[in-house]
Write a protein that binds this ligand. Sequence first.
Ligand code: IPM
Ligand code: MN
Length: 354
Amino acid sequence: MSSYQVVLLPGDGIGPEIVGEAVRVLEKVTKPGAIQFSSQLLGGKAIDETGEPFPEVTRQAVLAADAVLLGAVGGPKWDKGPGHLRPEGGLLALRKALGVYANLRPVKAFPELIDASPLKADVAGAVDLLIVRELTGGVYFGERERGSNSEGERFARDTMLYTEPEIRRVVRRGFEIAQGRSKRLTSVDKANVLDSSRLWREIVEEMKGDYPDVQVEHVLVDACAMYLVTKPHYFDVVVTENLFGDILSDEAAVLTGSIGLLPSASLGDKSGLYEPIHGSAPDIAGQGIANPVGTILSAAMMLRYSLQMSEEASRIERAVAAALSEGARTKDIARPGEKVLSTKEMTEAILARL
Ligand code: IPM
Ligand code: MN
């Protein structure tokens, strides 16, 4: 039997703990030998061991893999270096190398966790949206410069550049995903100020004729930020550029109660990269208390989108929902007085319901 090659990039902070838990779940839900795992360095640990955040060995391995499962990168130890030699620089280089231009971030309320949301229950309970974030362009990858002028005053410049093909391919994903959900697409931009946004909006308008079944609208990013907390039920599929998507997805994540719950899939035309949307949480690393759910649900997305195992993916998702509904809580989602599970115990609660 041929098996899928999955490269694990545990990374820094809580990354190794949560990726290890996701592997336990994957091993339980798939047939023996269906997936072969190998582990590579990325981020701060890679800097310590090789001098760079995205070593060539890692690049070769991920390019040859069927899918990549990532924990998180970064930490205070590596915060001083220049951009490309920081852990985050390695993550951006990884996304670029894999060409994963569409980052899918589903945000769905678990009914049992409504009380963990900062919103009123009737507002939070209705959250079920999916952000499609452009991931390999925009200001994250534009030309940048730091310098000083003749008076010795410092300046810094970042550039938000988008080309037509970069916009078209991610907007197309947005339309296709909307077709498979409630057929509503919200395109988020800042077209009242930015030229890159005006081009984005123009292209969405040109493309909508190809998707007559999808109802499209444009919302400015500042208004979107407000609507996400005042009427989140209003949104279904949201497509937006890289930086806006980064910010809005953190905002949307807390609606569900904890950013620790949320998975993501980053897709290109070939590769798939799967990671929880939270960071490396150095403050709680090594304590065994991190919430593994975001990574476990990312592993489910990997089964669905890259490894053609959608039934197994659904089984994981149902097991997570059952564990939560029966009261399994890590520290980030427990209310005062509730029993708090460790990272491993949370995984065991999920494994028991597979
Ligand atoms: C994310 C993270 C990254 C990003 C950082 C760590 C570079 O915040 O995946 O949302 O900004 O894309
Ligand atoms: Mn982010």
